[in-house]
Write a protein that binds this ligand. Structure first.
Ligand code: F6P
Length: 379
């Protein structure tokens, strides 16, 4: 019998987190279940820091609210936790048993883990330790395996498209090349879909290592047609053929998805394109505006569907699964299926035996559409 559940939001935030929380808490109320939230993701679980979620109080008015009312943490891996000893030395320890004890003592019958790949990996590991976990796939990167769309992604695309509309007018006015660097980590969904929706001329994604000369050819071909400006969208994870991904910073010991921060490829590209075309080029790195603020109408509905389904699964006693959105319907799949393969994460992995990270397949409609439109994909 499920009587008491806890929610945690972990990893980089995404629009729709609060809408999922709201949907879980409301559905819980319908079933007579109490809902709680751990503060700052797995960090709260480790520190036993949680609050009751009250629809008359702290959990009211959440549908359109950005961020997460219970906070998040994106470098806390309790299975490999950074501990600084008294003598200043650093050790990485598995502190997950403390978390399991905290859940048991609080009497939570189910833990909802709202997060991306790293979060779900820990959720799978807690499941293996006997905790009843249900994951909900959150990320603006849209790179979680077995689900067609994560919540937050649609809003992030809309933000990038608004930026592209604005970059278009200034690019045209100044006869410039405008580069827009989007987030997305090792998957190109966000960059590619934004490029199509925003009418870009070039879209560079991690799945297709680019040849800078092909980009130059595209810009020159446009100039020959009298188009004195070009719009280039690059995913932060895009990399040149025979080159490497641009890493901005490595945190902790660099292990795990959340400890490598990508960024900087847009600036590099703008410099190179200026040199190779003789045109003026500028870069805009969109950054955190992509994941801040209010969720789109689509994401509000998707998040609500995710939250309701998660609570329904708990009531049905179906645990250790990720809620999915597949072919237009809500469903679920085992957490093992989602993250079990993720031994190797990085630019070269994805949709492979070593990693389930969902990358853009080469036969995806977005790729076909881009090619049909003449958008240069750098190859
Ligand atoms: O996974 C979501 C995301 O926003 C990525 O697109 C981006 O690479 C990363 O998080 C940034 O993480 P941080 O919050 O650590 O800077």
């Amino acid at each position: 019998m499920v009587k008491k559940v806890a929610i945690l939001t972990n990893g980089g935030d995404a629009p729709g987190l609060n809408a999922v929380i709201r949907a879980i808490v409301k559905t819980a109320r319908t079933y007579g279940v109490e809902a709680y939230g751990y503060i700052e993701g797995y960090k709260g679980l480790l520190n036993n820091n949680y609050v009751k979620l009250d629809l008359q109080g702290n959990a009211s008015g959440l549908l359109n609210k950005g961020g997460t009312i219970i906070g998040t943490s994106n470098s806390t891996n309790v299975f490999n936790y950074k501990v600084v000893n008294d003598d200043g030395s650093v050790e990485y320890k598995d502190l997950s048993d403390i978390c399991v004890k905290n859940i048991q003592e609080a009497g939570f019958d189910c833990l909802f883990t709202l997060g991306g790949d790293g979060t779900q990996k820990s959720s799978r590991d807690f499941s293996l330790k006997g905790v009843n976990c249900i994951g909900v796939p959150k990320t603006i990167d849209n790179d979680v395996a077995h689900t067609d769309m994560t919540f937050g992604y649609n809003t992030a695309v809309s933000v990038a498209v608004e930026a592209l509309d604005r970059l278009h007018t200034t690019a045209e006015a100044h006869h410039r090349i405008m580069v827009l660097e989007t987030m997305g980590r090792y998957a190109g969904w966000l960059a590619l879909e934004s490029a199509i929706a925003g009418g870009a001329d070039v879209a560079l994604i991690p799945e297709i290592p680019y040849d800078i000369n092909k980009v130059v050819d595209k810009i020159n071909e446009r100039r020959a047609r009298g188009k004195e400006f070009s719009i280039v969208v690059t995913s932060e994870g895009a990399m040149p053929k025979d080159g490497t991904i641009t890493v901005k910073k490595t945190l902790n010991d660099g292990s795990g998805l959340d400890n490598i921060r990508l960024g900087g490829v847009g600036e590099k590209l703008a410099g190179q394109l200026e040199e190779l075309t003789g045109m003026v080029a500028r870069n805009t790195t969109l950054g955190y505006v992509q994941r801040g603020g209010s969720p789109s109408a689509f994401d509000r509905v998707l998040s609500t569907k995710y939250g309701c389904k998660a609570m329904e699964l708990a009531m049905a006693g179906i645990f250790n699964v990720l809620v999915t959105y597949k072919n237009g319907a809500m469903s679920y799949i085992s957490l093992e299926e989602v993250v079990g393969n993720n031994k190797k994460i990085g630019a070269a992995s994805g949709n492979t035996k070593e990693s389930n990270i969902r990358k853009v397949p080469m036969d995806d409609d977005l790729i076909k559409v881009a090619r049909n439109l003449g958008i240069c994909l750098g190859d």
